[in-house]
Design a protein around this ligand. Structure first.
Ligand SMILES: Cc1cc2nc3c(=O)[nH]c(=O)nc-3n(C[C@H](O)[C@H](O)[C@H](O)COP(=O)(O)OP(=O)(O)OC[C@H]3O[C@@H](n4cnc5c(N)ncnc54)[C@H](O)[C@@H]3O)c2cc1C
Ligand code: SF4
Length: 484
């Protein structure tokens, strides 16, 4: 245990500061300032090394949180890093981007602010990169088995790294021009700068993973070829179909899915030129969807110089404190203020959009009204109708599943109730031997930490399929998610 009295001596939870709003709106860099490692050690000392560490259970990866808190407190960073990498291939992604269900379930959080688990994770991995201790881990033997991973988001990357290290020849196919999935083209630079992906890809390449970009599997490489050239396939193709809003005026110019808008902004932030870029510059913008994707659109629109931004959410505003419906150790329903919300824009709750209006084929505004929840259903609030100027509308209402096209049709996969690819407990696609499913493609729209957990679990399934048994560690993923 770090310091037996740490949680009594240090009752405050300290986190890094965000850069001033005026400053950070002028660039695309990450919003947080550096954090002193001495302060971090003090924060790590708050960990009680609980007999039943609920943080383990809260983390989909089963991260060994109290162990690394103790090692950081004792200044044993390399050992701490080894324990962190034991369960998580990419702590630099989760240390920046995870909503930290581990902290929501931290026992200290019952009557004090939770341990800053995510910050300890982030600093551990960043120090390891600085110290040059994140070295390639090439396999000690080669199995001669070839595995294709389709999709290079966190699920595909985690599966690929595990399988390469187990000695298989792994090729990751990505239809985009760069590797990373939503890490690359969904998540804005101000949440995670892209060098963070690139340095990890260099490690993976040195270990032997092969990356092929610009390859739409099912189109550029046929399913027959995929099956004949590889002994196993991991589908990590994501949940890429955005939920639509089929109301009047949907086809007007200027109404876009968030994932039509964000990738272009990410490209430009990384030096690319995008002809006819969708931009918020000088526009009144309405974002429909109050979640994280909407917040990413907000921060992006503000950096592009939007005149005004509204973010609509149909649900009522959550309570400021943990809602009674989500008691500890559940992930709390509560009002959250992301860095983008701090930067500007108006958040509008309990609102339903009726229609987009426009002239000359371009959107100019929308009509909406307030709603209230009555017995679990939305009811219109009479007399609450309003119009709002909108020259750019971004739909950020979530994703309904993976695309059904030549890849999934060609493989003949089955689908579960949620429109995702059905798989068994070993992550094998139902009815398609040798094909495995990881991440949002099988789970539905989720989180990076779940994608990594699923990538690791699917890799264990593949290894067992190819070799008869496996020693690859696999997090326990609930069976209701690994649906049949
Ligand atoms: C805007 C946005 C912000 C988010 N922010 C966060 C966050 O802050 N924290 C968090 O935890 N989660 C966040 N998420 C969710 C998180 O990004 C996803 O849950 C995660 O990326 C899913 O990983 P994945 O590997 O399953 O799929 P993806 O990351 O979606 O990757 C799938 C990849 O497969 C490729 N592909 C699809 N079909 C083919 C094909 N036929 N051939 C070749 N390649 C193909 C796609 O091009 C894509 O690159 C965010 C999501 C979005 C949309
Ligand atoms: S639940 Fe919180 S206090 Fe307990 S071991 Fe985990 S991080 Fe430490």
């Amino acid at each position: 245990m770090a310091d037996p009295k740490g949680f009594l001596k240090h009752t405050d939870r300290e986190l890094p500061q965000r850069r001033p709003v005026d400053l950070r709106l002028t660039d695309w860099r990450e919003v947080y300032t550096d954090f002193s490692r001495e302060t971090l050690r003090t924060q790590a000392s708050r960990c009680m090394d609980c007999g039943i560490p609920f943080c383990h259970n809260g983390c989909p990866l089963g991260n060994l949180v109290p162990e690394w808190n103790d090692l950081v407190y004792r200044d044993q960073w390399e050992a701490g890093m080894e324990r962190l990498h034991a369960t998580n291939n990419f702590p630099e992604f989760t240390g920046r981007l995870c909503p930290a269900p581990c902290e929501a379930s931290c026992v200290l959080g019952i009557n004090q602010p939770a341990v800053t688990i995510k910050q300890v994770e982030r600093e551990l991995i960043e120090k390891a990169w600085e110290d040059g201790t994140v070295a390639p881990v090439p396999p000690s033997l080669r199995t001669g088995r070839r595995v294709a991973v389709v999709g290079s988001g966190p699920a595909g990357l985690a599966a690929a790294q595990q399988l390469t290290r187990a000695g298989h020849e792994v090729t990751v196919f990505e239809r985009a021009d760069r590797i990373g999935g939503l890490l690359r083209y969904g998540i804005p630079e101000f949440k995670m700068e892209k060098y963070v992906i690139d340095r990890r890809l260099a490690q993976m390449t040195a270990e032997g993973t092969v990356f092929r970009t610009g390859v739409d599997v099912g189109v550029d490489v046929s399913v027959d070829r995929l099956r004949s050239e590889f002994h196993a396939v991991v589908l990590a193709n994501g949940s890429t179909v955005g939920r639509d809003l089929p109301i009047g005026g949907r086809d007007l110019d200027g109404v876009h899915q968030a994932m039509e808008y964000l990738p272009q902004a990410n490209r430009v932030a990384n030096g690319d030129t995008v002809d006819g870029q969708i931009t918020a510059a000088g526009k009144h913008v309405v974002i429909i969807g109050g979640g994280d994707t909407g917040a990413d659109c907000l921060g992006t629109a503000l950096r592009q110089g939007a005149t005004e931004v509204h973010q609509f959410e149909i649900m009522p505003r959550p309570p400021v404190e943990r809602a009674a419906s989500t008691p500890w150790p559940l992930y709390p329903l509560m009002y959250r203020v992301s860095s983008a919300h701090e930067e500007g824009g108006d958040r509008v709750f309990s609102v339903n959009t009726e229609e987009f209006v426009g002239s000359d084929g371009r959107v100019t505004g929308l009509r909406a009204h307030e709603v209230r929840m009555v017995e679990g259903r939305f009811e219109r609030v009479e007399g609450s109708e309003f119009e709002l100027k909108a020259e750019l509308v971004l739909l950020a209402m979530g994703f309904v599943g993976p695309e059904r096209g030549p890849l999934l049709d060609g493989l003949g996969v089955a689908y579960g109730d949620r429109g995702t690819v059905a798989r068994g407990d070993d992550f094998g696609a139902v009815g398609v031997p040798g094909v495995f499913v990881a991440g949002d493609a099988g789970r539905g729209q989720s989180l990076i930490v779940w994608a990594i957990a699923e990538g690791r679990a699917a890799a264990a399934g593949v290894d067992a399929y190819l070799m008869g048994s496996t020693e690859l560690p696999a997090p326990i993923v609930p069976t209701q998610v690994a649906q049949r």
